[in-house]
Design a protein around this ligand. Structure first.
Ligand code: COA
Length: 260
């Protein structure tokens, strides 16, 4: 395996465990994490020893609390679009992986964290997990596929509600909506995720890969929506409300939006 600075990796019984390792920032996705996720998913594709991957976050509080808001400073339309496009590339690569990928969601899965979990094939949540797409609080929209995958998973009505209100929901609610496959006791999260992965990897790998390919063929029309999201994310970062929303978060105060 490659060595990573923001990820911990280990292979046990053919299952690659990827732990995002920025606990002091609640495992927020900075550029390095995105780059290293890209690399580790390439290893998943290419290493014949690996049959599937589980993605989780370091610590007991957070899976991933979003894209790294500190890196949003100074974005313009072109760099905003580039940031969203890069996230799309990596998350699409996870979604299209011919080998199964499970998100073991161990706490906050907000913004890019919820989007990362949704890009995985299955999601298993611990009882303390919390989900949401709070981007409108920052003067933004989701930029890593969230507007498309949330609709695909839970339907338009509830997706619009979560996207427009920025509400955070608990694991039980996420299960009720179909956002997660299962909710388990926190201490059992990794064992149950591994057991689910073992059940899948015991099946014919070629057939499992074709199941993934065939299911995602159903959503092919949605690809225009992904392109639209990249365009509109780029537009959001040109607004005063984006500067205000992100500054307010970093300065730990409530944002005052002007609508401009
Ligand atoms: N980007 C950058 N830093 C983040 C972050 C993010 N998305 N989420 C959390 N952090 C950092 C905080 O700035 C803080 O860093 P500091 O200790 O250097 O000040 C650290 O992680 C701990 O977070 P904190 O806010 O103190 O924890 P909390 O328990 O009070 O609140 C959350 C937890 C998840 C509710 C809160 O961190 C939050 O709202 N995060 C942003 C969520 C978000 O908007 N995500 C979408 C981004 S597009």
């Amino acid at each position: 395996m490659n060595q990573y600075t923001t990820l911990l990796t280990e292979i046990t019984d053919g299952i690659l465990l990827i732990t995002i390792n920025r606990e002091d920032k609640l495992n927020a996705l900075n550029k390095t994490v995105i780059k290293e996720l890209d690399e580790v998913i390439t290893e998943l594709y290419n290493n014949p020893e690996i049959k599937g991957a589980i993605i989780t976050g370091k610590g007991s509080k957070s899976f991933v609390a979003g894209a790294d808001i500190a890196e949003f400073k100074g974005l313009d339309e072109a760099s905003g679009k580039a940031l969203a496009k890069r996230g799309h590339e990596v998350f699409n690569k996870i979604e299209k992986s011919p080998k199964p990928v499970i998100a073991a969601v161990n706490g906050f899965a907000l913004g890019g964290g919820c989007e990362l979990a949704m890009a995985c094939h299955l999601r298993i949540a611990s009882e303390n997990a919390k989900f949401g797409q709070p981007e409108v609080k920052l003067g933004l929209i989701p930029g890593y596929g969230g507007t498309q995958r949330l609709v695909q998973l839970i339907g338009k009505g509830k997706a619009l509600e979560l996207l427009m209100t920025a509400d955070t929901i608990d694991a039980a609610c996420a299960e009720k909506l179909g956002l997660v496959n299962d909710v388990v006791q926190t201490v059992e999260l990794m064992d149950i995720s591994r057991a689910m992965m073992a059940k899948i990897t015991a099946q014919a790998p070629f057939a499992v890969a074709r199941v993934i390919e065939s299911v995602y063929a159903h959503f092919k029309d949605g690809m225009d929506g992904f392109d639209t999201e990249i365009e509109l994310f780029g537009k959001c970062v040109t607004t005063n409300d984006f500067v205000e929303g992100t500054s307010a978060f970093l300065e730990k105060r409530k944002a005052k939006f002007s609508g401009k």
